[in-house]
Design a protein around this ligand. Structure first.
Ligand SMILES: [Fe+2]
Ligand SMILES: [Fe+2]
Length: 244
């Protein structure tokens, strides 16, 4: 199976070119990709531990080892490019994400068929994106070579997951893929909703800080000006014999 980028990613090529053009952002993104690949390797090792199928166990272990090697490649290149004296940059992770692997799927509670379906879609999407990243990185042959190297493995991942899914459920393969697609859509919705909530929360706090708080500050200053300065005579002592 050859990786083909989605129409959406092809249309976004100028955006991807812009995202990868800044060296510092490129370095940060590669380091982030390294973390995600490493997480994927952990999830796949767990899947290998849980599966009752011996041939799948071997494939999951190979897959885990390859994801770990991708993490090393991305981290090495990210460290070469990173300039620690420069601060953080906008990484545009929602526009140009890396590989999502099992995307926090609970490996222990999923069956092999649903894991394979989810993995197949995830690897396919990642491989398609890596084709675009490779294209837009013409000015950086070393990073481009890293993507080309990783892409070969990703193509193997999307192929073996598809073949194994067909072996386990020859009749319900389509259904499993649709279920996995729905799960990925739900996770994408949650990601968008979470970032929207975070953006709205930041805007609300900014409004409170710059608009609401100054009003109270001015009112407090005005009240302070009305107060008499210096010592003030104590209030008349009240008899404490009865309540009134
Ligand atoms: Fe990978
Ligand atoms: Fe992969």
């Amino acid at each position: 199976m050859r990786a083909v980028p989605s129409t959406f990613d092809v249309l976004l090529t100028p955006v991807h070119r812009w995202v990868w053009s800044d060296v510092q952002r490129r370095a940060r993104k590669l380091l982030r990709f390294a973390d995600t690949e490493e997480d994927g390797a952990h999830d796949l090792s767990r899947a290998a531990e849980m599966t009752p199928d011996p041939s799948l166990r071997l494939l999951y272990l190979r897959h885990a080892a390859e994801e770990q090697s991708h993490a090393v490649l991305f981290r090495r290149r990210g460290c070469d490019l990173l300039d620690p004296s420069r601060g953080r940059v906008f990484e545009a992770n929602w526009l140009a994400p890396g590989e999502r692997g099992l995307d926090n799927l609970d490996v222990g509670s999923e069956r092999d068929e649903s894991l394979l379906a989810f993995l197949h879609l995830s690897e396919k999407a990642a491989a398609g994106r890596f084709v675009v990243y490779e294209r837009v990185l013409a000015g950086d042959p070393q990073t481009r070579a890293v993507f080309a190297r990783v892409l070969k493995d990703e193509e193997f991942h999307m192929t073996y997951t598809h073949k194994q899914l067909a072996r386990l459920t020859p009749r319900r393969r389509g259904l499993r893929l649709w279920q996995a697609r729905a799960g990925r859509l739900w996770k994408a919705y949650l990601r968008i909703a979470a970032s929207l909530a975070s953006a709205i929360g930041t805007a609300m706090l900014a409004v409170q800080y710059f608009v609401v708080l100054p009003v109270f500050s001015l009112a407090a200053k005005r009240a302070a000006r009305l107060e008499p300065e210096g010592f003030v005579a104590a209030r008349r002592r009240v008899a404490l014999e009865d309540q009134y």
